[in-house]
Design a protein around this ligand. Sequence first.
Ligand SMILES: Nc1ncnc2c1ncn2[C@@H]1O[C@H](COP(=O)(O)OP(=O)(O)O)[C@@H](O)[C@H]1O
Ligand SMILES: [Mg+2]
Length: 246
Amino acid sequence: MKPGNDEVVRLENVKRHYLVGDETVRALDGVSFTIRRGGYWAIMGPSGSGKSTMLNILGCLDRPSEGAYWLNGENVADMGDDELSDHRLKNLGFVFQSFNLISQLTVCENIEVPMMYLGIPPHERAERAKALAERVGMGHRLRHLPAELSGGQRQRVAIARALANDPAVILADEPTGNLDSATSVQIMQMFEELYGQGKTIILVTHEPDIAEYAKSRIVLKDGRLLSLEESPVQRNVTPEMESGNA
Ligand SMILES: Nc1ncnc2c1ncn2[C@@H]1O[C@H](COP(=O)(O)OP(=O)(O)O)[C@@H](O)[C@H]1O
Ligand SMILES: [Mg+2]
């Protein structure tokens, strides 16, 4: 059944199996859950439990072998590659452990990259990138290269880039894994702000104190849901809030 409008992610009995020699590895083995608009989730689990496989599927970098993945009301399984990549650019923002900024591009240009892929004209891109840089406290570093920034500053730029196309969902993969603890707190405060502004956040982490920032939690084990703990979304999130225009 097509998800309701308050559901931004829905997995129905998702499996991802790999054939290795004559053995089947069940990286995900029948996982179902729903993430409501404006939720803040941590996905946890020991090494080998399926977190990266789950993140790749949620991020539309991989498809389930079986089951359905609905992202913002559309079933990913029904999409061709081009449509999927478009859907991904419009609906998802990514934040990685190692920042993944392009070293030859300035702060402003890095933030513009996802807008470029959607064909947004240069003038509008630059203007939006500047506003986003300001939103993450990096407005004074627009012409700097990533190498001229601290780790925490690079991650702020990566967060601005994740927001470039106003996605419904921010996917973060161990976003503080390369940062010291004081800087990690600052970055987690930034996610807290985005949550307050109505963004849906999905954070993959194996660090319990980072997972504590999230409001809801999923724990994976051997490719299955070991536990799911959802706290209700308190706010009534409107699309305007989600896009940061409220
Ligand atoms: N491309 C692959 N081919 C075969 N097995 C894989 C592949 N990717 C992951 N796996 C296996 O699937 C299981 C889950 O892996 P993964 O999602 O990377 O777990 P986690 O990120 O939680 O450590 C592991 O047993 C892993 O060895
Ligand atoms: Mg992993």
